[in-house]
Structure formats: structure tokens, C-alpha cells
Design a protein around this ligand. Structure first.
Ligand SMILES: Nc1ncnc2c1ncn2[C@@H]1O[C@H](COP(=O)(O)OP(=O)(O)OP(=O)(O)O)[C@@H](O)[C@H]1O
Length: 248
């Protein structure tokens, strides 16, 4: 495995709050990384910087040898990086098929995108993706009529359609009950592993992080707290990561 993502001394400040402070990391192609750490540690900020939806105040990110800040071609960037969020980012009023095909929007020209609103284009691809996530029969259902777990599956089907090299997931299972959360996480990991993708996901569950990921990166107050293979993370590491200040 070669260095694929290189994060060099990135920093991000919101008003007066330091969200990330001089963070450096590198990621190899195909790694499965869980970002853990207490609320406000900077996990979402890091994922948004990697998705290029937020610019860093300091430092730079290189992906596959190219500066992320210079990857301005939407279409090329969407083939490199995709993000799935806790809120799923789906349009509830639209049928499932349209939300799945949204994974193609950066690839399609404006005419094809508009046409697809009325006559879904590349329908076969959407059917295949929905079949893989177990929702073949929901193709034309209104998305908001689906349960939270099913909606997260729709978001996974959209990701399958986009098929980026790097999958970022921001607390992908936080809003689901434990059984559905594990189900979705296992599916996300399966999809990423079958697609030889690099996966970086923020998670509140340390148990799932250790079970499904190779490497755990812990952030605390915008700093790197530890970066270890999942099998080396001990209860003592976790206790000190989540320890409240007054207990220090
Ligand atoms: N848009 C914003 N404006 C001001 N401060 C922000 C903004 N977004 C995040 N922050 C602050 O930056 C810090 C890092 O936030 P971030 O959302 O990255 O943490 P997180 O680790 O993802 O937290 P959580 O686990 O609660 O989602 C927090 O203190 C947060 O309050």
C-alpha cells in the first residue's frame, strides 16, 4: 500500500474556537480508518476538510499526489471523494430512485440531469445499487416514507452509484438503534471493501470502531490524541480519551 492521502499541518479556526490544530496524518490506499473522540474533538471538521467542503486555514491536503485545493473539477473530485452524512442528505419528497441517481449528477451534464428528473436515466444502475442494499422493491417509493435505516441504505446506494475511491462517512449510524446501526455499518464496510475503497468514518461507538476498522485515529480538542492499529487500542487509551477535564 502506498501513501494516498497526506494531511500536512492542517488547522481550522471557527471565530475564536480552534477546531483543528496543526494536524498531520497520512493514509494508505485501502485503509479503513475510524475517527473517534469526544464531542467537539474536530472529527466532522476533518471530514469536511477532506471532502473539500471546507477550506483549511493552515496546511494542505494531498490526495494521490494532487493538492486537494487544486482539485476544482467537480466531476474528477466526485470520482475521488464521496461523503455520507448522518442526516443522509436525501430529498425526502422525491422517489428513492432520484436520490440514488443523484450519485451520478456530477458525472452527467445539465441536460441529462434535468431529463432524469422526469425520466430516470441509467435506471438499471439504480436498480442494481438498490438490490445490493436490499431495497429493490422501494425504487419508486417516496424517500421520506422510508425508515431511518432504509434511508441510510438509500444513501449507501447513492454512494455505490458515485463509486468514489475515498469514502468519508460522518457518524453514519448515529441516528439508528443499535441493531440497525451495526447492520448499516457492516454494509458500509462490505461495500467499501468490495469496491477496494479507502474508508474514513467518524464514530461514537468505540466497540464498532474496533470491530470494523483497521486503524483508530483519536482526536481530542482539535489535536491528535492517538493513532493506533485497532488491535492495539486498550481500555486505558479509551478511558483517557473520553475522560472529562475535571477528572484529569
Ligand atoms: N460552523 C461552526 N462555527 C463555530 N464553531 C464550530 C462550527 N463547526 C464546529 N465548530 C466547533 O469546532 C469544534 C469541532 O467541531 P466538530 O463538529 O468538528 O467536532 P466533532 O468531533 O465532529 O463533534 P461531534 O462528535 O459532536 O459531532 C467544536 O468545538 C465546535 O463547537
Amino acid at each position: 500500500m502506498s501513501e494516498f492521502i497526506d494531511i500536512k499541518k492542517i488547522g481550522k479556526v471557527y471565530e475564536r474556537k480552534i477546531a483543528l490544530s496543526s494536524l498531520s496524518l497520512s493514509v494508505k490506499k485501502g485503509e479503513f480508518i475510524a475517527l473517534i473522540g469526544p464531542s467537539g474533538a474536530g472529527k466532522t471538521t476533518l471530514l469536511n476538510l477532506l471532502a473539500a467542503t471546507l477550506p483549511p486555514d493552515q496546511g494542505e491536503i494531498t490526495i494521490d499526489g494532487q493538492l486537494l485545493a487544486e482539485m476544482t473539477d467537480q466531476k474528477k473530485r466526485a470520482k475521488k471523494i464521496g461523503i455520507i452524512r448522518q442526516q443522509f442528505d436525501l430529498i425526502g419528497e422525491l422517489p428513492v430512485i432520484h436520490n440514488v441517481l443523484a450519485g451520478k449528477l456530477s458525472e452527467w451534464g445539465i441536460m441529462k440531469s434535468l431529463l432524469s428528473m422526469f425520466f430516470p436515466q441509467d435506471k438499471q444502475d439504480a436498480i442494481l445499487a438498490l438490490t445490493r442494499v436490499g431495497l429493490r422493491d422501494k425504487l419508486y417509493e417516496r424517500t421520506s416514507a422510508l425508515s431511518g435505516g432504509e434511508q441510510q441504505r438509500v444513501a449507501l446506494a447513492r454512494l455505490l452509484i458515485q463509486n468514489p475511491e475515498i469514502v468519508l462517512a460522518d457518524e453514519p449510524v448515529a441516528s439508528l438503534d443499535p441493531a440497525r446501526a451495526e447492520d448499516i455499518l457492516a454494509l458500509l464496510v462490505k461495500i467499501a471493501s468490495e469496491g477496494n475503497q479507502t474508508l474514513i468514518a467518524s464514530l461514537h461507538s468505540v466497540e464498532y470502531a474496533k470491530k470494523y476498522f483497521d486503524r483508530l485515529i483519536a482526536l481530542k480538542d482539535g489535536y491528535l490524541f492517538f493513532d493506533l492499529p485497532a488491535s492495539s487500542v486498550t481500555d486505558a487509551h479509551i478511558a483517557s480519551l473520553y475522560k472529562l477535564k475535571e477528572q484529569a
